[in-house]
Design a protein around this ligand. Structure first.
Ligand code: FAD
Length: 409
């Protein structure tokens, strides 16, 4: 197959706009097709961009816009069993930045449009035909589009993943539901401090905002997953009752949920992760971002890894002779890194939802986790120091990317 000159990018979330920006920088035309009629999907929630994600955003010139309103997280504390321990940062790196998911979507969209990238909203991909001279995408509105490659940046419930491999696994459920709120109540930590708290019945996190209020995120254990529409149909007062039941005896969790205004509650529904995806590409179709590697939210790396992969995919398409060789090297560069980060996050997830067994061994697990967290260079260094050398040419002999170490033991 010939060198790639045009791409259909499916999904206008995080990976989609970054892929289009990086492709354009590589001299490849890309159009982004987003299922929803507007940019932000309305699903709130806060996410963090780690130093590696910030560095990757720099490559496509999106860092300043994306982080304009973001809060720097300058300190991290972990607490369990009434003890709080300050976790040292990885030395010499900029702080991670906290922002609303919808704000990130909007910022990336704005940067991409300013760079001349076309977005087509209200275009839900349904199927694709892979041919000798290109791939044709078919959308729910009956329209079709053709290009050299089709890139599935369509998130954890990806359609493209099933088009590449009908037997591909779907998202796994972490056993946790996500809820979030801003509470009109200060907490006794410095502004910019992120606190990870293993409460008596469940895990939660909180951070002090620049306006003095407190950001609160709950990971509520629940045996069965819950669709977002189902979760949103539950009255907010009922969610508040469950939060008070779960965190009422925690400090400061109890105080936060007692002062939480249910109208400020954002319900994210089930928290998912992607198990290992056997096939990342087929013919002219390839996956990027959550569609192929969504670690659980415990990693704090989902968006950052999506941004990195988007850029590496563009580098490979820039330098390698055809789609299949580019996709093969892209997978080789990315799979070890993203899967080792996902494995580490999966271990932490088990500690967030203490069952009868983990409950008994929780203190031991916590000591181990703490020991690991106290060595940031070893545990977080390889994740956060990762940098992509955009100018370096990619060859078909590129060695496999580095995993980031063993999961938390
Ligand atoms: C509650 C929660 C907390 C999180 N916290 C963090 C965090 O702290 N740090 C972090 O790095 N990450 C976090 N993440 C993960 C982060 O949001 C994702 O990793 C990131 O958004 C992945 O980007 P993406 O572009 O691959 O997928 P998405 O952002 O999901 O974008 C996919 C896009 O594709 C569109 N789409 C889907 N199907 C189709 C179709 N058939 N046709 C056309 N368009 C389609 C969707 O509408 C969407 O706009 C969190 C996620 C959640 C849910």
């Amino acid at each position: 197959m010939n060198k790639v000159e045009s791409a259909l990018v499916i999904g206008g979330g995080v990976a989609g706009p970054v892929t289009a920006l990086a492709l354009r920088k590589a001299g490849i035309d890309a159009i982004v097709y987003e299922a929803y009629p507007s940019t932000a999907d309305g699903i709130g929630g806060t996410l963090a961009i780690a130093p590696n994600g910030l560095a990757a955003l720099d490559i496509v010139g999106a860092r300043d816009t994306a982080t304009a309103g973001a809060q720097p997280i300058t300190a991290t504390v972990m607490s369990f069993g009434g003890r709080s321990v300050a976790l040292p940062p990885v030395a010499g790196l900029p702080p991670m930045r906290l922002l609303q998911r919808a704000e990130l979507y909007r910022a990336l969209y704005d940067v991409a449009v300013a760079d001349g990238i076309r977005f087509e909203h209200g275009k839900r991909l349904e199927s694709a035909e892979d041919g000798a001279d290109g791939v044709t995408a078919r959308f729910a509105d009956g329209s079709t589009e053709k290009a050299d490659v089709l890139i599935g940046a369509d998130g954890i419930h990806s359609t493209v993943r099933g088009l590449i491999d009908p037997d591909a696994p779907g998202p796994g459920y972490t056993g946790l539901l996500g809820l979030e709120a801003v509470v009109d109540r200060p907490v006794e930590v410095e502004t910019g401090t992120m606190c990870f708290a293993f409460g008596k019945r469940a895990y939660y996190l909180y951070w002090r905002r620049p306006d003095g209020r407190t950001g609160f995120g709950a990971n509520l254990p629940r045996e069965r997953p819950m669709r977002l529409t189902e979760a949103r149909a539950v009255p907010r007062e009922e969610w508040l009752r469950r939060l008070r039941e779960t965190y009422g005896d925690d400090d400061p969790g109890g105080d936060l949920v007692r002062h939480l205004d249910p109208d400020r509650l954002t319900v994210s529904g089930s928290l998912h992760l992607m198990p290992s995806v056997p096939r990342w590409y087929r013919g002219r179709l390839v996956l990027v971002g959550d569609a192929v590697h969504a670690p659980s939210n415990s990693s704090g790396q989902g968006a950052s890894l999506a941004i990195e992969s988007a850029i590496e995919l563009a580098r490979c398409l820039r330098d390698l002779p055809g789609p299949e060789s580019a996709f093969a090297v892209y997978e080789r560069l990315r799979r070890p890194r993203v899967e080792s980060i996902a494995a580490r996050a999966a271990k932490i997830n088990h500690m967030k939802a203490p069952g009868p067994l983990t409950g008994a061994v929780l203190p031991v697990l916590m000591r181990l986790l703490l020991k690991t967290a106290m060595r940031p260079e070893k545990t977080l260094g390889p994740q956060q120091r990762h940098r992509i050398d955009w100018a370096a040419p990619v060859t078909s002999a590129a060695p496999p990317g580095n995993p980031v170490g063993r999961p938390v033991s």
